[in-house]
Unconditional design. Structure first.
Length: 289
């Protein structure tokens, strides 16, 4: 995709996801009103929607109509939102703002923020299950539920957050440890973003393997780019190692570019149909925010 085409693609897909999230989230006038308000506040803020857009692109690549994967795409964004609420809590990173707004726990209190997390996670499982049940190519919802559970659980995000918390305040000099934090804390969700729509579309083993490599590569590149952006803004977590502090800015930029090329090479077997995925991979390191 040319740059103008990519911008249009991202804008239209983001609008589609935003509309779908609005429709699927519980209304604020339904009890528990305060919890539902917190869920909507966190999920409908100005997110980039890269993860659900990625899921839609994989579904389309597999010949699955957008409406058949849209619920799952929303589920992955809601799971991401839940992880951000947790990450910001005083007992975790103790953040005060997220996406230029007060964090959910700041606006609604810690107890309501935690209940909102539970509500978002539960809704995520409901949405992927519904997509699987409606899919003519899916025998059951069990595989997609397992994928989502692994991404969020103690073999995914929970493990990554645990490792990350253990090094808070004591900067490590281990690239292996930093990569491990990324692989579980953020990378696991990127992996789910391709595996769930690939399952719904009935893709073959070789295609799934290619998409796994693609997702791991762009997820890693995404985190390095986030570290680079934080360094430019001067908003790094003090006392924590990042890919920039360990590698230096130029080496981190080179590594991100190599990862993008790895991702693009991994999906060569899909031919021209994978152009949206190639464009998304390039976009990961071209971000300015």
């Amino acid at each position: 995709m040319m740059n103008r085409m990519l911008i249009d693609y991202l804008r239209t897909r983001k609008a589609l996801v935003d509309e779908a999230l609005e429709a699927r989230l519980p209304r604020e006038d339904v009890e528990p009103k305060h919890v539902h308000a917190a869920m909507r506040y966190a999920a409908l803020s100005n997110g980039k929607r890269l993860r659900p857009i990625l899921s839609l692109a994989v579904g389309e690549l597999g010949g699955c109509p957008v409406e058949r994967v849209l619920g799952s795409a929303c589920a992955l964004e809601l799971m991401h939102t839940a992880s951000l609420i947790l990450d910001d809590l005083p007992c975790m990173d103790n953040a005060r703002s997220r996406r230029d707004l007060p964090c959910t726990h700041v606006s609604f209190g810690e107890a309501t923020a935690l209940l909102a997390v539970m509500g978002l996670v539960a809704l995520s499982f409901d949405l992927v299950s519904a997509d699987a049940d409606a899919s003519v190519r899916s025998a059951s919802s069990e595989p997609v539920i397992r994928i989502l559970a692994e991404a969020m659980g103690t073999r995914g995000l929970v493990l990554g957050q645990h490792i990350d918390l253990a090094q808070t305040g004591c900067a490590c000099d281990s690239m292996d440890l930093l990569e491990e934090v990324h692989r579980y804390k953020a990378g696991a969700l990127f992996l789910a973003c391709v595996l769930i729509p690939a399952h719904l579309a009935g893709m073959g083993a070789d295609q799934v393997k290619a998409l796994e490599t693609y997702a791991r590569s762009i997820g890693f590149a995404f985190q390095i780019t986030d570290d680079l952006l934080d360094a430019r803004r001067g908003s790094e977590d003090l006392g924590k190692s990042t890919f920039v502090t360990l590698l230096g800015r130029e080496a981190a930029e080179r590594k991100a570019r190599v990862l993008v090329q790895d991702a693009i090479e991994a999906i060569r077997l899909f031919g021209d149909k994978a152009e949206p995925l190639r464009a998304l991979a390039t976009h990961v390191t071209a971000r300015k925010e």
